[in-house]
Design a protein around this ligand. Structure first.
Ligand code: ADP
Length: 185
């Protein structure tokens, strides 16, 4: 059974990746689908987000990455998917997600929404939290895959340097140690 995992992924976090990895054990195929949303001003372009997700999921054979616009259920029907996979972190997610699941059910009775509860360690984690920390110069190395951390630092370092990373393990990406070419905008 094919499942779509739709979202903004601006950028993909370890919380998203956890849902993708666990979902890939449950379904024959997962399509991570980046929504092209003209009403939002994202930090990363759709193309950048697709590439970030592709690089993060190379170890998962049954995961595909794609972009779409319009109604998620229509995209799912075109993709022959029967499931919309979503993650739940808190009660606040639940209200929004339940409303969305009910709405989607009115649009297509064929497609079920399946929720996976977040793993404990990622219950606070969102793309917004990642961007907020990076904007103020904190380390996000423990929140996103290394290449995503580097991309995010690059977005903010043209105005300020990431001067005080919370974690400075040398094994992790530290923007101050990256080569000059990596730090170009
Ligand atoms: P959207 O704009 O559709 O909310 P997101 O990229 O923020 O897109 O999230 C996509 C999905 O991943 C949503 O179902 C969201 O609840 C879920 N999600 C986001 N962060 C986490 C996390 N840390 N743990 C579990 N699920 C998460």
């Amino acid at each position: 059974m094919i499942a779509i995992y739709p979202g903004s992924f601006d950028p993909i976090t370890l919380g998203h990746l956890d849902i993708i990895e666990r979902g890939s054990q449950l379904f024959s195929q997962i399509i991570v689908a980046v929504l092209r949303n003209p009403n939002k001003t994202p930090l990363f372009s759709v193309q950048q987000r697709l590439e970030q997700i592709r690089q993060s999921t190379t170890h998962l054979d049954n995961v595909e990455v794609d972009a779409f616009e319009g109604l998620t259920v229509e995209y799912a029907t075109r993709s022959k998917a029967k499931v919309l996979l979503r993650g739940l972190r808190a009660i606040s997610d639940f209200e929004v997600e339940l409303q969305m699941a009910h709405t989607n059910k009115t649009l297509s009775t064929e497609i079920e929404t399946v929720f996976l509860a977040t793993s404990n360690e990622y219950s606070f984690l969102s793309s917004s939290v990642v961007k907020e920390i990076a904007r103020f110069g904190g380390s996000i190395n423990h929140l996103v895959p290394p290449h995503v951390a580097l991309d995010t630092y690059k977005c903010f370092t043209h105005n300020q340097t990431v001067s005080n990373p919370i974690r400075t393990d040398t094994t992790e990406v530290n923007p101050l140690n990256s080569s000059p070419s990596n730090r170009e905008m």
